[in-house]
Design a protein around this ligand. Structure first.
Ligand SMILES: C[S@@+](CC[C@H](N)C(=O)[O-])C[C@H]1O[C@@H](n2cnc3c(N)ncnc32)[C@H](O)[C@@H]1O
Length: 272
């Protein structure tokens, strides 16, 4: 059993934030407790003070803890129906709006599966319009707080498990096998760039985006941080720009007035 010592828990949160920059105070408490308890159990520790001591003594523990706290699970075309809706309702509109650059932001992109999935949809659309030569106007920025994940995103090499939601024909065409892994084809890979970024701290990218996809990230933030982030995402979209959230995420409070639904079911919204 893990102790119920609130003061020791608060000290541990403060220590993690001080040492690593991970802003514990803005994440949902229950989620933090569950993740920390998992790490403590794996080290057979039952008090927060002991675990805090271990973080100082064992340099291998911090990366493991941060990995547990950031929750990096993702895959290509996660929730296929959402990508289907993006492909039908969003990409044709953005592509048809002129010859200008199309700026896309995948906020909390983990190891890159989400931005590359969008890249594939743009590639498919450009091909179907006979305009593959214009694909370079698509610029997809992927940001995440986790440096290791961004390294994987930049490599663009993935195991088979990442493709469990990807139709086989798409997988074969866009992710050919290379030495036991699958590699994103260059025409899609070159659409994406990656940068470190904390959605809870610091300025958002300077660009005004046509499309922001921020899925399965906001759900881990507390209400105050969610409100602040929705307002920032609104500010980062151009007039009429589009926001896509995760399947179990929703706009709350004041954020409801900032966007109007394009597809409530697939959590696709337009800047109001
Ligand atoms: C569950 S993954 C979601 C990945 C992808 N968006 C998807 O839906 O498949 C959550 C990602 O959010 C990132 N994350 C958590 N807190 C963050 C923060 N404060 N700023 C930026 N990224 C954050 C994590 O590192 C992780 O890669």
């Amino acid at each position: 059993m893990i102790e119920h010592n609130e003061a020791a828990f608060a000290d541990l949160m403060a220590k993690i934030t001080r040492d690593s920059g991970f802003r514990c105070a803005s994440y949902k408490d229950k989620c933090l407790r569950r993740r920390i308890a998992l790490r403590m159990r794996s080290r057979d520790l039952h008090s927060f003070a002991e675990y805090s001591g271990l973080l100082d003594l064992d340099p291998r523990e911090y990366p493991k803890l941060l990995r547990a706290l950031t929750i990096n699970v993702t895959k290509f075309f996660r929730n296929w129906e959402t990508y289907n809706a993006i492909s039908q309702k969003v990409i044709p509109e953005l592509w048809g709006a002129g010859d200008e650059r199309i700026a896309v932001w995948s906020a909390g992109c983990s190891s890159g599966e989400e931005p590359y999935s969008l890249g594939v949809l743009f590639h498919q659309h450009a091909e179907s319009c006979g305009q593959i030569g214009k694909l370079a106007r698509v610029e997809i920025l992927g940001t995440d707080i986790d440096d290791d994940c961004l390294g994987s995103a930049q490599r663009g090499l993935y195991g088979e498990a990442s493709f469990s939601d990807t139709p086989a024909a798409m997988r074969e065409k866009y992710f050919p096998q290379v030495a036991g892994l699958r590699s994103v084809i260059p025409a899609v890979k070159q659409l994406a760039t990656f940068a470190i970024g904390d959605l809870l701290h610091g300025d958002p990218p300077a660009t005004r985006f046509d499309l922001i996809i921020c899925r399965n990230v906001i759900i881990y933030f507390d209400r105050e941080a969610q409100d602040k982030l929705f307002a920032e995402l609104h500010g980062s979209l151009r007039e009429g720009g589009i926001l896509v959230l995760g399947k179990v995420e929703t706009l709350l409070g004041a954020a409801r007035d900032l966007f109007r639904p394009i597809s409530s079911r697939e959590r696709i919204f337009r800047k109001a």
